[in-house]
Design a protein around this ligand. Sequence first.
Ligand SMILES: Cc1ncc(COP(=O)(O)O)c(C=O)c1O
Length: 371
Amino acid sequence: MIPFSKHSVPNKVKKIFEEILKTGWFTHGKYTHLFEKEFKKFTKAKYCTVVSSCTAGLHLSLLALDLKKNSEILIPAMSHTATAHAAEYAGLKVKFLDVNKTTGNIEYETVKKNISKKTKAVMVVHMNGNSCEIKKIKEICDKKKISLIEDCAHGLGTFYQGRHVGNFGVAGSFSFYPTKQITTGEGGVVITNNEKIFKKIKKLKAFGIDKDIRDRKLPGKYDVKMLGFNYRMTELHAAMGLLQLKKYKSFLKRRKQLAKRYILNFKNFSHLRHAIYNKESSFFIFPILTKSRDKLLKHLIKKKIGVSIHYAKSLPFMSYYKKKYKVSKNKFKNSINYADSNISLPVYPKLTIRNVDKISLEIKKFLSEIR
Ligand SMILES: Cc1ncc(COP(=O)(O)O)c(C=O)c1O
């Protein structure tokens, strides 16, 4: 069996868990602080705060913008439902945009065309670890005085012209769900270069309490000035993240080697499509597109090869959003096609080149024979 994902949490974590159990310091401790410090170092962001999930981070980032209820936000039609849900939690009105037919990413021209007087924010996603046209999107957002938030759930190790994603918009939120480049089980982090936004997100993630636990003169003495949440991360989760992040440069190198091998194996094979190699991608997965998606998916599962789909239905056509926004299929031809034809192939440090060759061979054999 080749699993779709395999974590790389170092064994050393057990020692840290023992230490945490001994001290009883489960939250607000040194590991959340160390993880944040390491995350800032890796992404070169000025500020960073760990949260309970990427979704929580997106929710808080949007709340920190202080937009009026029902303000319009542009969101790619191809993403995890969390992207749009976060906007709904924040009371915003979602306008979905079609995506590039090969990368699944939101495009600058589409953003530009859809900005109107009603548009107050744009949320981009760096699909599959491949950055969208973030620089140009940021420029148009700045020009039109629109806030930009980056959903970086797939984006740890993703750069755009040498700058880590999450640093272009007002804030960027990352996910540490088990299939992600590094995992804390559940968890996320928000980065920003804006001190005011950082302070607001930090307060909102801990009930809106005005004083950090270390800044209180007397225990329990604090005030609450806003309706915050409990979106904190525990020390155990942070320790897992920290240990993986310390090794992430080598993980990233490996991810790129594996992606290059898939590309080499599929060279001159015309029965599937994939995006061209991008050295700044972090290859969250390796996506391929084929008209025979469901048949191939079943075949690979039969062959005990772990695969997935990101995503099988575009967001405007999920029942909740379909009922609420009633959009026409004509406007989402690329997203619908992408949803019907994509398969995510595994990419993780423990995957071997032999595994990649086996997966590629099975795919090539199957797609050649069913034609
Ligand atoms: C693009 C995207 N955004 C947001 C999320 C939500 O992340 P989390 O599960 O950490 O809340 C995911 C989850 O996989 C995702 O793929």
